[in-house]
Design a protein around this ligand. Structure first.
Ligand SMILES: [Zn+2]
Length: 173
């Protein structure tokens, strides 16, 4: 059941979930206190939401009772380091001691296959060093008690989860 608050315009009792006051029609601007506090704290940079240090670019949107957001992980290579680093080294040696010396001996009939081969090498080099980031999501809904927290990576979002859980405990106690 929705809690009741007083309309800021006419003081009539209205539900927190109402869009507007049924008596005077003023828009209901109530936001759950935990969300209100989050919006203030994040503006003042008072939240250590990225506790694990693996996230960046937090984006979020909210309504009266819930807030959801997304952040990016660090760019990570699909190849493990122990393959990528020796791979790049071998690639460099091959280029320096085989490909470059052979450029001097190129004849006209070798130009097209040569260009295709260089393009192939370029693609291999890009593929070997390809890295990408992931988007991670969280959401918390204060309509239920205790609030419903969801995330697709509990370790990455630990700082934010702790922040919201600590806040909602404070309000109950
Ligand atoms: Zn009113």
């Amino acid at each position: 059941m929705a809690e009741l608050i007083n309309c800021l315009a006419c003081n009539n009792e209205i539900a927190t979930t109402a869009n507007a006051c049924p008596k005077c029609g003023a828009a209901n601007e109530w936001i759950h206190p935990s969300i209100q506090r989050f919006l203030e704290d994040i503006k003042a940079a008072k939240i250590s939401w990225n506790k694990s240090g693996q996230l960046s670019d937090l984006l979020y949107n909210w309504n009266r009772y819930s807030i959801a957001g997304t952040a990016e992980t660090k760019k990570e290579s699909w190849l493990p380091r122990w393959i990528r680093i020796p791979g790049n080294l071998l690639f460099g040696l091959f280029f320096l001691f085989d490909v470059i010396p052979s450029l001097w001996a190129v004849s006209y009939s070798d130009v097209i296959p040569g260009i295709i081969f260089l393009m192939f090498l370029f693609i291999v080099l890009v593929a070997m060093n390809w890295s990408s980031s992931k988007k991670l999501n969280f959401s918390i809904d204060f309509k239920s008690k205790p609030p419903t927290w969801k995330s697709d990576d509990e370790e990455a979002w630990e700082g934010l989860r702790e922040y919201f859980i600590a806040n909602s405990k404070e309000e109950q106690g």
